[in-house]
Design a protein around this ligand. Sequence first.
Ligand code: GCO
Ligand code: CA
Length: 254
Amino acid sequence: MTLFDLTGKTALITGSSGGLGYAMAKGLAEAGARVIVHGRNTEKLEQARQALAEARHDVLVTSFDVTDEAAIERALADLDAQGIDIDILVNNAGIQLRKPLVETSHEEWQKVLDTNLSSTFLMGRHVARRMIARGQGGKVVNIGSLMSSVARPTVGAYTAAKGGVRLITQSMAAEWAEHGIQANAIGPGYMITEMTQPLVDKPEFNDWIINRTPARRWGTPDDLVGTVVYLAAPASNFVNGQIIYVDGGLLSVI
Ligand code: GCO
Ligand code: CA
């Protein structure tokens, strides 16, 4: 088994019918994993499945609300019934809300925290219980953000949630490392996706990113592939509770 070979492993990536999630699913498949693509939009999900199947990858799909624990349990029970074990869980599903805190309603706050943070707890809880029972270890990769450690105006709920992703990752490491499970996080910088396209289209924001990022460019979803394969592979078997920022150097330079 080479350090980066995922052959024989099954990876479930939440929110993977497009954007960062799809790029990570494709990268994990290219490293040999069977991938379970997840999303709520069945049309986008089918397109993702077809694209991966045409590239001759072993791909399955599943669709459920990551904030609905009963739906999660049903989806995982369905995989159990097919004898499918999840070896690698990538908690990627998330939403953004760009609004000043003083204008953010409690409902809006709750939805962002549920989708971006509670989902990671719920998926982690139900998958780790299976990994621990199976006794073969496993990998959990939680997708945080630059906002797991720094803030900017108007993304307060998202930032609080992504800060929580960083610390729930450390909590997972604290409790699950002894079971051979490595739980780590990735903190994507400013990557071009549907979520950030409105920012790319704003000349003043785009200029700020180019000048503020040492690499002088936006990231692309493919910039995450190497890091997610590393954290899903034997190469990271003694790495736990870490967050790796894939941000072109932005966080390291004032
Ligand atoms: C924003 C962006 C960021 C990025 C990403 C950066 O409005 O500032 O949406 O939050 O999405 O999370 O790491
Ligand atoms: Ca297996």
